[in-house]
Write a protein that binds this ligand. Structure first.
Ligand SMILES: O=C(O)CCC(=O)C(=O)O
Ligand SMILES: [Fe+2]
Length: 329
């Protein structure tokens, strides 16, 4: 475990035992870490080892399915953000990212692929994948959303002396957030797992294979390993939270390197409500936050549409960003 990245125990927010005093000191520790490194190891998160192991096992089952079955459910222009991400078909830069993934969100009962909005639609599971596997993945999704809501309360308490102050931006977060489960392959010439970037959303939670290597954070002009065990989830401040706090909390630059060992990880991109407007939360186009990945052009050709970001809805910005990192072969 990297000693640079602080551990914060958030049990004051995830159990009934938290007193006002313990919640205040937890909140302060959390915000101190997010204003410094921007990344924190969260303990006391309440996600059982059983839920974590079951989800990792289901992910391995999914990735082991025949390629044709996985590709039958791949992310495309019609289905938007959910489904299978074939190897090499996504990258945040011109480098080849040697990984495959499944992207999913809140399970809807709908049997059609009707979208509610570009971030809310039915999940797409390849066959054969049993309902018990889907349930295990969904259990992890809802557990990690609960952890993000607890973190949101803590951040609200530290910044505004009010636990509910940021929750109003997150009333539909559990419906529009995106879980991505990745299978990083072995290192090959010129490839990496994930190009250096900041995350675009409100908060990100990362749950990798316990004790696996690869996640790195850029601090003090150097890359540092972030090692993780089942006791901790890695939480990143996202670009939206940086905007919301006028830069007081900072979204960290991080990347994933590859090795000779394959790796599986779950990454929850916790989003604010789809319709949230950047201008309403204080962003102006003159802001000095242009280095965030949210504002970078991540298309290969460098012709990403520079939209009037401060007027746009957060959900639409996300759809545009996911389109920017698609690398259809
Ligand atoms: O898989 C990981 O450890 C992190 C991946 C990541 O940073 C991302 O997908 O944004
Ligand atoms: Fe990331």
């Amino acid at each position: 475990m990297s000693s640079l990245i602080r551990v914060v125990d958030i049990s004051a927010f995830t159990t009934e035992n938290g007193t006002r005093l313990s919640r205040e000191s937890t909140a302060l520790e959390l915000v101190t870490a997010l204003s410094g490194e921007g990344m924190v190891l969260v303990s006391g998160h309440g996600v059982s080892t059983q839920i974590q192991e079951a989800a990792l096992e289901s992910a391995r089952t999914l990735f082991a399915l025949p390629v044709a079955n996985k590709e039958a459910e791949q992310v495309d222009d019609v289905y938007g953000t959910r489904g299978y991400l074939p190897i090499g078909e996504e990258s945040g830069s011109s480098r080849h990212e040697n990984k495959e993934g499944f992207s999913y969100g809140l399970e809807t009962r709908s049997t059609t692929h009707q979208k509610v909005n570009g971030l809310r639609m039915a999940n797409r599971w390849p066959s054969p994948f049993p309902p018990s596997g889907v349930k295990k993945l969904n259990d992890l999704y809802s557990s990690l959303c609960r952890v993000c809501l607890a973190l949101t309360k803590a951040i609200g308490l530290a910044l505004n002396a009010d636990e509910d102050s940021l929750l109003r931006l997150c009333t539909e977060s559990s419906e529009v957030s995106l879980m991505r489960c990745f299978h990083y392959l072995r290192s090959s010439e010129g490839s990496l797992g994930s190009s250096p970037h900041t995350d675009w959303g409100f908060l990100t939670l990362i749950m990798p294979d316990p004790d696996s290597k690869g996640l790195e954070v850029f601090l003090d002009e150097k890359w540092h390993d972030v090692r993780c065990s089942q006791d901790y989830l890695v939480a990143n401040c996202g670009d939206f939270l940086t905007i919301l706090t006028r830069g007081r909390l900072s979204s960290p630059i991080h990347r994933v390197t590859l090795s000779q060992e394959e790796r599986v990880s779950f990454v929850l991109f916790f989003y604010p409500n789809f319709d949230t407007n950047l201008e309403d939360v204080g962003f102006s186009s003159a802001d000095d936050l242009q280095s965030l990945s949210l504002f970078a052009d991540q298309t290969l050709a460098g012709t990403g549409e520079k939209r009037d970001m401060h007027k746009a809805k957060f959900g639409d910005i996300m759809l545009n960003k996911w389109a920017q990192v698609r690398r259809k072969t």
